[in-house]
Design a protein around this ligand. Structure first.
Ligand code: PAF
Length: 294
């Protein structure tokens, strides 16, 4: 596995891969790698000849009240994992390399509307930080395909929209959320949970699943389902941020054009903010008939 801290040598190595007709897959990360990330790498390996992974804790996507310095950095262990997964190129830029003129002067890439709802409401500027860094990384790596986890479903939706709107010739591949056996989505943040909080945490997924079951059975009072779910989480000791039933493509309210529903939740357990989602594909004729019935 070759490691690069500068953009130019990485670009030159990838240029010769491309000249040899090799297909390039890219997995951007912020490190602290767990099984969920490794699933992305495994998928990337099936999609291309060369896998490039980046590890960059992007300050632009952290708000002033979010502790960038406390973000876990586990580089030695991350490198070992990536090496074992057969990754060929690892990009490890520092902030200077990515933002040489500082962040205030950085051109920004903003996906309106989708970036302002759900997590965007409580983390203003977060998704602009994500789309800006991902655009830069895409321009540096110029991958044929880039792989993202479905756990960050809003992020994945925003990146798909950015790639379409900006005509970036990159296939975006979403990978199903990796979960512990009790349903908790794997996340770097799970490490912050106390033993007691860890026991409680799978309730987010369980609540999402029972809401999805209710929708699949034809229960169409979404406001009631959302508020019931929020109440359940609150009573169990969570501080819910949102629990929302949305159109999976637009992240707006479900309507008669919705083909897939996403049910998304964010809630704090102590100081740890957990997010998760489940989805439900609608059969255009029979499901809408069913959802429309009382
Ligand atoms: O999902 C993440 O880890 C980050 O948001 C990403 C996509 C690597 C951009 O910094």
């Amino acid at each position: 596995m070759r490691t690069y801290t500068a953009i130019a040598p990485l670009q030159s190595a990838l240029r010769s891969c491309r000249q040899q007709g090799q297909r390039i897959a890219f997995v951007p990360t912020m490190g602290n790698l767990h099984e969920g990330h490794l699933e992305l790498v495994r998928r990337a390996r099936t999609l291309a000849d060369i896998v490039v992974v980046s590890i960059f804790v992007n300050p632009l996507q952290f708000g002033p009240n979010e502790d960038l310095d406390a973000y876990p950095r586990t580089l030695a262990a991350d490198k070992e994992k990536l090496f074992s997964e057969g990754v060929q190129h690892l990009f490890l830029p520092d902030v200077e390399e990515m933002y040489p003129e500082g962040m205030a002067l950085q051109t920004q890439v903003q996906v309106p509307d989708l970036s302002e709802t759900l997590c965007g409401s409580s983390r203003p500027g977060h998704f602009t930080g994500v789309t800006t860094v991902v655009s830069k990384l895409f321009n540096i790596v110029q991958p044929d395909v880039a792989v993202f986890g479905e756990k960050d479903f809003q992020q994945l939706t925003i990146i798909r929209k950015m790639v379409t709107d900006l005509c970036m010739p990159i296939q975006i591949e979403g990978v199903a959320t990796a979960r512990d056996t009790d349903g908790l989505a794997k996340s770097s943040r799970n490490g912050y949970l106390s033993e007691e909080q860890r026991k409680l945490a799978p309730l987010i997924h369980a609540t999402l699943v029972s809401c999805r079951d209710a929708v699949a059975c034809g229960f169409d009072n979404f406001l009631q389902l959302e508020s019931h779910a929020r109440m359940q989480l609150l009573q169990a000791g969570f501080e819910p941020d949102y629990f929302a039933i949305r159109d999976a493509r637009t992240l707006r309210a479900v309507n008669e054009n919705t083909e897939e529903i996403a049910i998304l939740a964010a809630a704090r357990l102590g100081s740890t903010r957990l997010i998760d989602n489940v989805r439900l594909t609608l059969n255009p004729v029979s499901d809408w008939g069913m959802l429309a019935s009382p």
